[in-house]
Design a protein around this ligand. Structure first.
Ligand SMILES: N=c1c2ncn([C@@H]3O[C@H](COP(=O)(O)OP(=O)(O)OP(=O)(O)O)[C@@H](O)[C@H]3O)c2ncn1[C@@H]1O[C@H](COP(=O)(O)O)[C@@H](O)[C@H]1O
Length: 107
């Protein structure tokens, strides 16, 4: 099976931005704006929390997939690419998580 990455899903989401809201759930979300996309992502995050705390492994996987989809829709609504997020994550590999946390307190 060939790998399916967040970049592939990002491309699907971008293509749906030009679709009809009658045929595309993504377009329906994007038409409602970034605040609505953020609210939906928050709901999905809570579902991941609940699944992670006590539901089955399959439920955690399913809710994580929903969350990643809704995160990418939110990023699209804010005109942010997953590459930009990845670049920030990459820059953070230069230091430990504890050092990064301390630097935020200084900021
Ligand atoms: N990966 C996903 C994906 N993950 C989750 N979801 C949808 O996200 C919703 C989240 O669940 P909820 O229980 O909150 O859904 P809901 O109550 O129906 O949502 P609302 O009516 O409240 O918005 C469900 O409707 C899921 O179907 C997704 N919808 C689309 N995709 C991908 O996006 C592609 C394009 O989809 P369309 O834009 O619909 O063509 C699809 O082929 C998939 O690859």
């Amino acid at each position: 099976m060939s790998a399916f990455t967040l970049h592939d899903l990002e491309a699907i989401i971008a293509s749906r931005a030009a679709a009809s809201a009658e045929t595309s759930y993504t377009k329906k979300l994007l038409d409602k704006g970034a605040a609505h996309c953020a609210k939906k992502m928050g709901e999905e995050a809570i579902e991941v929390v609940l699944a992670g705390a006590g539901e089955t492994r399959d439920r955690v996987v399913a809710e994580a997939a929903d969350l990643l989809y809704h995160l990418l829709v939110l990023l699209k609504a804010r005109d942010i690419s997953i590459s930009e997020v990845e670049a920030l994550l990459k820059s953070r590999t230069a230091q430990s998580g504890l050092d990064e946390k301390a630097s935020r307190k200084d900021a």
